[in-house]
Design a protein around this ligand. Structure first.
Ligand code: NAP
Length: 492
């Protein structure tokens, strides 16, 4: 039975792409499931001069792919939306917004609960937080929560400054830093797999694990996001946040309990043990790439909005090392890029081979035992598989790898909540487990800053990989020099 939540939402950036594509449809799903019912209202703001009706029309459009039988429900849902034109940089506009919030709070009996969602350029975040406080929009009755989008700064220094601006109005436990990867079903499943299974957690260390591989692969290029992407690049856009969040979940110690506070403590501890490289170590352990022209598309530098001489990386691969008892000596290899072979996210945990292969003699060497691999398939399909060695059927005694698989069935897959639906619900419930804390963000930037600084000085030879590949040759060489290989590779 769903528990109804009460809140007045204020969306800054209500006319933007993210709000229309992700936030309104996710809120509608929460409404359909009963997590939002009678005691909520949603205020949209942007500079556009819209009426309530126009705004409600836009929200209706954004949920138009809902089923025919949900039309009445959709109309009821949309009636909870209100619009006010508002320039976040103009302090004078906040009084009218405050008045509307108070009015709707009484009308919907929202108990003074306020959720402010900043779905706009991060350069405005600090100013909005300061204005919310100085103009008296922080309630004393219910809760005040701030949900913010990535990116959180461009480096440690700017992130720290932004954090100081936010924390002059909101406490850390009131700030919800969205990382939508943390809302994905199989990323959340990492904790269940690890801490719910003796056979996995007891082997989850450097005695039994040889290496860990994380791949976030995208098939598309920059499309219409070039102006943002060219100032960011794959390191800032994917590694600092999503990948290091996944790494920390894989590497952390067992939390005392599955609460947001306990999980955060362990994730921070893991990130503190991540070795921050010297520039020369970074040069040896990280590689970058930029996509070339393919059969159908431009090379990155010819994409609209990208400067001809851009050195922005569209691919990163790297080796991460932890200086702690559990992981000492186990490399975590990561890679992400655009215009790769396919769109998928997966984690491959490669176990050590048995120390002695008693089956090897007198057989051929190509019948040798293979390493066990636990693969967590994050998307597009959710599931996991464990590769084990078994006897080949028939005469003689040869071994062959077989997979123990679990894949979510198609009907269940449809029930999996969208990351934004799950994260909006968590924010309503006051559960921060799947949001990045400031300490996590800070350690992640300190790690990434060294690589970024190095790459900003050194001139790369770009473009260096073809669309449809798995990145530049240097990415394969990164593992080859450790006598290893990517588990997922093309033309195996
Ligand atoms: P967007 O489409 O550019 O929308 C920006 C919004 O901000 C618009 O509603 C715009 O409306 C409003 N705005 C701009 N200046 C304003 C001002 N001075 N006062 C009030 N409103 C103002 O951006 P988006 O793609 O939705 O992205 C929003 C945030 O989500 C960004 O932080 C982005 O990095 C993050 N994000 C987006 C995506 C995505 O898929 N789009 C994915 C991950 C993260 P007006 O111009 O009418 O004022």
């Amino acid at each position: 039975m769903a528990k109804e939540n009460t809140a007045i939402f204020t969306f800054f950036g209500a006319s933007g792409d993210l709000a229309k594509r992700k936030l309104y449809p996710s809120l509608f799903k929460l409404y359909q499931k009963g997590y939002l019912k009678d005691h909520f209202a949603i205020i949209g703001t942007s500079r556009a001069d819209w009426t309530n009706d126009e705004f409600q029309g836009i929200v209706s459009e954004s949920i138009s792919d809902i089923k025919e039988e949900s039309k009445n429900q959709a109309n009821e849902f949309v009636s909870h939306f209100y619009y006010i034109a508002h320039d976040v940089t103009d302090k004078a506009h906040y009084a009218a917004l405050d008045e509307l919030i108070n009015k709707l709070d009484k009308q919907y009996e929202a108990n003074g609960n306020r959720l402010f969602y900043l779905s706009m350029a991060p350069s405005f975040f600090g100013q909005i937080a300061l204005n919310l406080k100085s103009e008296g929009l922080i309630t004393q009755e219910g809760y005040n929560r701030l949900v913010i989008e990535k990116p959180f700064g461009r480096d440690y220094k700017s992130a720290k400054q932004l954090n100081e601006e936010l924390t002059s109005t909101f406490e850390e436990d009131q700030i919800y830093r969205i990382d939508h990867y943390l809302g994905k079903e199989m990323i959340q499943n990492i904790e269940a797999l690890r801490f719910g299974n003796t056979i996995i957690e007891s082997l989850w260390n450097n005695r039994y694990i040889d290496n860990v591989q994380i791949t976030l692969s995208e098939k598309l290029g920059v499309e219409d996001r070039a102006s943002y992407y060219d100032t960011s690049g794959a390191l800032r856009d994917m590694v600092q946040n999503h990948i290091l969040q996944i790494v920390s979940q894989l590497a952390m110690e067992q939390p005392v309990a599955f609460t947001d506070a306990d999980v955060r403590v362990e994730k921070v501890k893991a990130l503190r043990s991540l070795r921050v490289y010297t520039p020369s170590e970074a040069a040896g352990n990280f590689v970058r790439g930029q996509y070339d022209a393919g059969d159908t598309g431009n090379e990155y530098r010819d994409e609209s909005g990208v400067p001809d001489d851009s050195n922005t990386e569209t691919f990163v691969a790297g080796k991460l090392l932890f200086d702690n008892y559990r992981w000492s000596g186990v490399p975590f290899y990561i890679r992400t890029g655009k215009k790769l072979a396919d769109k998928f996210t997966r984690i491959d945990v490669v176990f050590k081979k048995p120390l002695i292969d008693i089956f090897a003699f007198p057989q051929k060497s190509d019948a040798a035992l293979q390493a066990n691999v636990l693969t967590i398939y994050v998307e597009p399909q959710s599931g996991f598989s464990l590769k084990v060695n078994a006897k080949s059927t028939g005469q003689g005694f040869e071994t062959e790898p077989v997979n123990l698989d679990f894949f979510q069935d198609a009907d269940k897959e449809k029930e999996v909540p969208e990351p934004y639906e799950r994260l909006l619900h968590d924010a309503l419930e006051g559960n921060s487990t799947n949001f990045a804390s400031w300490s996590e963000v800070a350690y992640a930037w300190k790690f990434v800053d060294v690589i970024r600084k190095l790459w900003d000085i050194e001139e790369p030879i770009f473009p260096n990989y073809l669309p449809g590949s798995m990145g530049p040759v240097a990415s394969d060489e990164l593992l080859q020099k450790d006598h290893r290989a990517w588990v997922y590779r093309l033309n195996k």
